[in-house]
Design a protein around this ligand. Structure first.
Ligand SMILES: [Mg+2]
Length: 296
């Protein structure tokens, strides 16, 4: 089963899910993070993500970079909801004989602190198989700056925007050193307010992720290939939209949007229209790119 099919199954099963103890599920499975409301009215954003050796980083990657990426991926999901990270927990499954767990957790604690979500707990297990990949899981909770901003609020006529530059993340090593767009997301929430309709972070590539946003919102996203902001060395729209692991923000907004936020450029790359899927127009031809990029 493909990851996308499995996730669809989980989302379908979770429709109408309710938490206990008077907590309300504001946003359930299917967005960048879940959103819960306490009986007293406090809103909590929660996300969890894994980092698997051989999948998300190569064997032999520096411990600090592994720890950094494990935390940064979840921080990015909190940012994508327009949230501010507040605390983190982490687990690790170690291959037998792995001797650097102390360093690993020290560095995860360091990076969690950098992004404002101190590591408050965790767990450790050693696998019996020497073939078992080093596997980290990081849960991060956050609070919304306002909102939260989901994937499902895009409206026909909205502009579609991305922060930063796209493409080449794996080849360049940027997938290990990216800065999750926490301050930028907070800035956007502050500047755009209710005109910020939908947001997602780009983990699997703009084609697939904008396709997810389009599906959640019941709209079509049309991308202009010529408008895509690409890292130097990224050759075409296919790479910019399909390489994945950019961890930039893609958002849909109404009205004027600034050219930059917190010093990071913002580029309009398309428009929300009626329909479904994510389509790119390149050299007069249209391509459905909803399935471009990573399917784990
Ligand atoms: Mg995400």
């Amino acid at each position: 089963m493909r990851e996308s099919e499995l996730l669809e199954h989980i989302y379908a099963r979770s429709a109408g899910i309710r938490a206990s103890g008077g907590w309300a599920v504001v946003v359930g499975p299917g967005d960048d993070a879940a959103v819960l409301r306490s009986p007293k009215g406090d809103t909590l954003i929660v996300t969890v993500d894994q980092l698997v050796e051989g999948r998300h980083h190569q064997t032999g990657t520096a411990i600090d970079l592994i720890a950094r990426k494990a935390v940064a991926r979840s921080v990015s999901d909190i940012a994508a909801m327009g949230g501010r990270p507040t605390w983190a927990t982490a687990t690790a499954v170690l291959p037998p004989g792995f001797t650097r767990a102390d360093e690993l957790f020290d560095r995860m604690a360091h990076w969690a602190g950098v992004w404002g979500c101190p590591l408050v707990g965790g767990d450790l297990a050693t696998h019996h198989s020497p073939k078992h990949p080093l596997t980290l899981t990081v849960t991060i909770a956050g609070v919304p700056e306002r909102g939260p901003v989901t994937r499902s609020g895009a409206r026909v006529g909205d502009g579609v925007y991305v922060t930063g530059l796209l493409g080449g993340s794996l080849d360049s090593g940027r997938h290990l050193t990216f800065d999750p767009r926490v301050h930028e997301a907070a800035g956007l929430v502050g500047v755009l307010g209710d005109r910020l309709h939908a947001m997602i972070d780009l983990s699997d590539g703009l084609g697939r992720d904008a396709g997810r946003l389009a599906a959640a919102s019941g709209v079509r996203v049309e991308i202009d290939a010529a408008a895509l902001p690409m890292h130097p060395g990224v050759l075409d729209w296919n790479a910019a939209m399909g390489d994945g692991e950019d961890y930039e923000l893609c958002f849909c907004a109404e009205g004027a949007v600034p050219d930059a936020i917190e010093g990071v450029p913002i580029t309009r790359v398309g428009t929300v229209v009626a329909g479904s899927g994510c389509v790119v127009e390149a050299l007069g031809e249209r391509h459905d790119v909803s399935a471009l990029g990573w399917d784990h």
